[in-house]
Write a protein that binds this ligand. Structure first.
Ligand code: GLU
Length: 449
């Protein structure tokens, strides 16, 4: 790990001490602080006013019981979370994750990342995150609905279009948002569209929101390539994960002339040298809710399915991890470098460990961190809020164009900031510093809160 500036080390030690056992949160804080040395050298007021210490402490943390009845009439019990991390730039904004691994440390890491990501978009949104240790895998539609209703029966009191605006994340898509928005509407007797994003098109949703994170990540990589007069044309790409982010990243890569030669889910991966057949992948993942081996079988010849190994062993020019935190560690990073990978961009939140990021930087692999590269999802959520506030609805083409422009601006802001702080080409430094400065300046302006 890179060494921290002395004053930042004190802040990190305090965070680790105050939040015991929350390894992912510690990792996310360390990663941001490791970029802020040159900033505190230049502006000591960020330390004097305790703005960095305050940023590491959520404004509010809500933990609650979620009881529900399964299809066999048995009472089930889960834990719900919402960490309202920072509202200096706008209402708390960030997704809900339903996954058995969810605990306070995961929600805090995601919420902390979200502050800087949302700041980087340049839009008026603060940072927050929530979720539950509920496992939606194998649950019936009725069970999902009952869980969402119970979850919202507690959470609704903390939400509001000017207060806290959740959306989806792992395990939470349009179906779950629908059940939660329905329960919110019922309890509050208000059709308050702006309280959720990721809604369906007939009930206040935005065009491109489903595609936005995947498309946005690819637009970001396209800007990286453009910066060295290159394009996606002729590039082999590996994408991990099988949710919305991965599926729509693959769609956009193929549109821009690249070839996705392998993709994965938690059961394994497939290699398809001719390029992943997106229609088939959507059928397997979205309709049948099947596994990668089903894809290989249905593709008939040409595609090979591999179980129990890492997709990062497949040679590629560009790697886009879109599954989950720390999926690329030392060994996976070494394999990518050995096989000649030139660009790694995070479609998921923190999929690369600190060790992996260090290896990429030492080997001259361009690395785009999630808070910049995957900001297209939340940016389009902000566009959804904008449409809801004006009771308007834009076309697909118009919304996609705005997304592309936002990703270009984020990319340029990262590069300009990295230059300004003496680290040209360093997207990690650029994203952390640019994201930090906007939110820190707003915090200073708002007084001691
Ligand atoms: N969960 C997504 C993210 O990690 C989207 C959040 C949102 O749209 O509010 O950025």
């Amino acid at each position: 790990m890179t060494e921290l500036h002395q004053q930042l080390q004190h802040i990190y030690d305090e965070v680790a001490h105050r939040n015991p056992g929350e390894a992912e949160f510690h990792q996310a804080v360390y990663e941001v602080l490791s970029s802020l040395g040159p900033v505190v050298e230049k502006h000591s007021d960020y330390v004097d006013s305790a703005v960095i210490r305050r940023l590491c402490e959520p404004e509010r943390q809500i933990i609650f019981r979620v009881p529900w009845i399964d299809d066999n009439g048995v009472v089930q019990l889960n834990r719900g979370f919402r960490v309202e991390f920072n509202s200096a730039l706008g209402p708390f904004k960030g997704g809900l994750r339903f996954h058995p691994s969810v605990y306070l440390g995961i929600v805090k890491f995601l919420g902390f990342e979200q502050i800087f990501k949302n700041s980087l978009t340049g839009m008026p949104i603060g940072g927050g995150k929530g979720g539950s240790d509920f496992d939606p895998k194998g649950r019936s539609d009725g069970e999902i609905m009952r869980f969402c209703q119970s979850f919202m029966t507690e959470l609704y009191r903390h939400l509001g279009e000017y207060t806290d605006v959740p959306a989806g994340d792992t395990g939470v898509g349009m179906r779950e948002i629908g059940y939660m928005f329905g329960q919110y509407k019922r309890i509050t007797n208000r059709y308050e569209s702006g309280v959720f994003t990721g809604k369906g098109m007939t009930w206040g949703g935005s065009q491109v929101r489903t595609e936005a994170t995947g498309y946005g990540t690819v637009f970001f990589i396209n800007e990286i390539l453009k910066a060295s007069d290159d394009t996606f044309e002729g590039k082999d790409v590996v994408v991990s994960g099988s949710g919305n982010v991965a599926i729509y990243a693959i769609e956009k890569i193929h549109e821009l002339g690249g070839t996705v030669v392998a993709c994965s889910d938690s059961s394994g991966y497939v290699v398809d040298e001719k390029g992943i057949d997106l229609a088939l992948l959507k059928e397997v993942k979205e309709v049948r809710r099947g596994r990668m081996s089903d894809y290989a079988e249905l593709r008939g010849g040409g595609a090979t399915s591999v179980e129990g190994a890492s997709v990062w062993e497949v040679p590629c020019d560009i790697a886009i991890p879109c599954a989950t935190q720390n999926e690329i560690n030392g060994d996976e990073a070494a394999a990518l470098i050995r096989n000649g990978c030139k660009v790694v961009a995070e479609g998921a939140n923190m999929p690369c460990s600190p060790n992996a990021i260090k290896q990429f930087s030492d080997a001259g692999v361009i690395f785009a961190p999630g808070k910049a590269a995957n900001a297209g999802g939340v940016a389009t959520s902000a566009l959804e809020m904008q449409q809801n506030a004006s009771r308007d609805s834009w076309t697909f083409a118009d919304t996609e164009l705005r997304l592309e422009q936002i990703m270009r601006r984020i990319h340029n802001r990262c590069l300009v900031t990295a230059d300004e702080y003496g680290q040209p080409g360093n997207y990690v430094a650029g994203a952390n510093i640019a994201g930090f400065i906007r939110v820190a300046d707003a915090m200073l302006a708002l007084g001691l809160v």
